[in-house]
Ligand binder design. Structure first.
Ligand code: URA
Length: 288
């Protein structure tokens, strides 16, 4: 007869499963390697950082392609990132309702307003940031502070308006003192981001900064290794570029970001007006 697991552990499993159900994930698989990591990594040929030779270990199977990216903990267990966990008929209002008055992680304690996301629910282009700052927390809207103003200029330089695109973050509540969201906070909140991306089904996802990129690509590689490259995310085109807050501190990097955005424009069929650059807001083009 199968042994019963201890009551405390059973309770832990029960609450973890009900959390997954809350976020809309009802299918569970055991002993599966998350295949889409491979598709992400196949498109990136990253130079491997210099490493001491390691003795071969008998660990969980990893595809050769996944190894290229130094993928973060690739446990052979359940992956919330598996495309097959897409929820049929999901929608932004349903996701918002499922988030509710969220207390799932410690970030809720310092929150004024939860920042779900904003823009066109059918956008062809989604920008994903890291997490709300002070202004966003006060207004309940993403990217409305200084970095947000720069993002708005960048969007307008692409010939679009904010209402044409969708803007959201990895975590929906402001981290204290705008610190980087912690692993448990990202793990708790990012399933809602995945649902948002699936519900919107954009042509292109632009990750603003390393937290968004590392979360969606499930990598611990620095953004500079793959910034400006087209990558695959669950069958969609994903490009990572620098965060607007980084550009405020390093305006010299604006040109790189503008080149990245021009790649996005080419895919979306947007026209660049001569002399236009990020932050100038001078280009025209068709909106999505
Ligand atoms: N920075 C982010 O990453 N997101 C916001 O919404 C604002 C600033």
């Amino acid at each position: 007869m199968a042994e019963r697991i201890p009551a405390a552990l059973e309770e832990k499993f029960r609450s973890r499963l009900s959390f997954y159900q809350d976020i809309g994930i009802e299918l569970f698989y055991r002993d599966r390697f998350p295949q889409q990591y491979a598709s992400v990594t196949e498109e990136i040929t990253l130079p491997k950082p210099a490493q001491k030779a390691q003795p071969a270990k008998a660990t969980a199977p990893m595809s050769p392609a996944a190894r290229k990216l130094d993928v973060l903990p690739v446990s052979p267990g359940v992956s919330l990132f598996e495309p097959m966990n897409k929820i049929a008929g999901d929608s932004l209002p349903k996701i918002l309702a499922d988030i509710g008055d969220c207390t799932r992680c410690k970030l809720h304690r310092g929150r004024t307003k939860l920042v779900f996301g904003d823009g066109n629910p059918k956008a062809e282009l989604v920008f994903v940031g890291e997490g709300p700052g002070r202004d966003e927390d006060a207004q309940g809207l993403p990217f409305v502070g200084r970095a947000g103003k720069l993002l708005t200029q960048m969007i307008e330089a692409m010939g679009l308006q904010r209402k044409d695109v969708y803007i959201c973050n990895v975590v929906k509540c402001r981290p204290p003192e705008n610190r980087t969201p912690e692993k448990d906070e990202v793990e708790t909140c990012s399933p809602f981001l995945l649902r948002q991306l699936d519900a919107i089904a954009p042509k292109v996802i632009v990750c603003l900064g390393s937290v968004a990129a590392q979360t969606l690509l499930q990598t611990n590689r620095g953004i500079s290794h793959f910034r400006g490259e087209w990558l695959d995310f669950r069958g969609r085109k994903l490009l990572a570029t620098y965060h607007p807050a980084y550009l405020l501190r390093n305006p010299g990097a604006k040109g790189e970001v503008w080149k990245d955005l021009q790649k996005v424009m080419a895919v979306l069929g947007l026209q660049v007006k001569k002399g236009s650059s990020a932050g100038a807001g001078q280009s025209t083009g068709k909106s999505s």
